[in-house]
Design a protein. Structure first.
Length: 363
């Protein structure tokens, strides 16, 4: 009986220990899940919360980011330090909904389902901002956005909050510069390859007359860290936009070309539109030439004429290209614009028509 009496009691203890361990584990797991839900109301990762100032009354303007753009760009900066914009409280905590002065809604995360928009009644003085950096071609379901928003925030210069992909800063004094050594001719980085698109068609014509090195998905790989060092060896970069729309001048020129010190060959809105943002001698437009063959001939010509090639960098002595595609900064800008505007009734009944329309298609 001894063995019979002891064995079960040991097993019983073991069993209790096992249960206690399991309970402990579940408790920890539960606490962890709760914590992450609290941090991350939208179910997104890489959310960084603002400084823990939610209860601080010194902030008199609260901007609630309804979603994180693309599910990840929710970093929040101190706008005071970043741009000298004071009293701006930016948060991702949806519990702020009824108190928020403004709500920023990024198109991409809500466009499939209007039910993803706030459901609670909207406080009368609350302003809703529609944010989108994609072109109309890549912005589906725009019609859902009619009669909802009070402000727009896009790359279009007629937006209430204008957030271009980049701009030229004037240097306080002229500077000397050195063009990086060039050993290659034409580069293009492309991730979304659509054989029917005008840019792919143009490229296919162009490559008959000049060597073009293509990087990206389905082509030579180009790791992010080698981006700058690789592209800067080229004389020219094909800054071909994925779709052609007024003011849609993207990081293809600001990052891939200007940041790497290559001369951009652009395909996009008309030259006049580019010239609103960048000097006329800082780029080559495909429209400047009747055909891809003639563009290729011109590039060969520049390749053999160092002085003329260098003239495409002259603007660098007094201008500095700045990349603007930085969400944390755009949030601060939104705050700044709205803080300054008296709260008046303002609405955008036909947002889709406005955005698809493209305004006056001139420079
Ligand atoms: C933001 O920056 C300003 C200026 O540097 C500082 O005075 C302020 O305390 C900062 N706010 C927070 C919430 O950290
Ligand atoms: C630029 O170069 C010129 C000639 O070498 C020199 O005289 C001038 O001081 C330089 N300027 C700056 C800002 O470095
Ligand atoms: C916020 O408060 C400051 C002073 O504390 C004031 O100057 C500013 O006008 C207020 N802004 C808003 C939007 O109420
Ligand atoms: C914002 O626009 C919505 C939708 O048209 C409207 O109902 C609301 O009253 C507007 N709010 C303000 C403050 O203009």
């Amino acid at each position: 009986m001894d063995s019979n009496g002891q064995t079960p009691s040991i097993t019983w203890k073991k069993f209790l220990a096992f249960i206690a361990f399991q309970l402990g584990f579940i408790a920890i797991l539960f606490a962890y899940v709760q914590m992450s839900m609290k941090i991350d109301p939208g179910g997104y990762d890489s959310v960084t919360l603002a400084d823990p100032v939610d209860k601080d009354n010194s902030f008199n303007f609260t901007l609630l980011l309804w979603t994180c753009p693309f599910g990840k760009f929710c970093r929040i900066e101190n706008c005071s330090r970043l741009l000298g914009i004071h009293n701006c409280h930016i948060t991702v905590e949806r519990s702020w909904y009824s108190k928020a002065d403004a709500i920023l809604v990024h198109h991409r995360e809500v466009h499939r389902n209007p039910k993803k928009l706030p459901k609670e009644p909207r406080p009368p003085s609350q302003r809703w901002i529609w944010a989108n950096m994609e072109s109309p071609t890549n912005s589906p379901n725009l019609d859902f956005m009619d009669n909802l928003f009070n402000f727009t925030m896009t790359y279009r210069r007629d937006s209430d909050i204008f957030t271009p992909y980049g701009w030229m800063e004037v240097l306080p004094q002229p500077q000397n510069f050195t063009i990086p050594p060039k050993s290659k001719l034409v580069a293009w980085v492309v991730s979304s390859w659509q054989s029917g698109s005008s840019r792919v068609k143009y490229y296919k014509e162009l490559r008959k007359y000049i060597q073009v090195d293509v990087y990206g998905r389905h082509h030579s790989p180009l790791p992010w860290v080698e981006h700058l060092s690789t592209l800067s060896q080229y004389k020219f970069y094909l800054a071909f936009e994925n779709s052609i729309h007024e003011d849609y001048i993207t990081e293809k020129i600001w990052r891939n070309a200007f940041l790497t010190w290559t001369v951009p060959v652009v395909l996009g809105p008309p030259r006049k539109n580019y010239e609103r943002y960048i000097p006329s001698d800082s780029f080559i437009h495909v429209d400047d030439f009747p055909s891809a063959q003639e563009l290729a001939m011109f590039l060969h010509e520049l390749d053999g004429d160092t002085l003329r090639y260098q003239s495409y960098f002259r603007w660098r002595s007094w201008l500095k290209p700045v990349r603007g595609m930085w969400w944390a900064m755009n949030f601060c800008k939104a705050c700044q614009v709205l803080q300054k505007k008296p709260i008046q009734f303002q609405t955008i009944p036909e947002l889709s028509k406005w955005f698809k329309g493209g305004g006056n298609v001139t420079g």
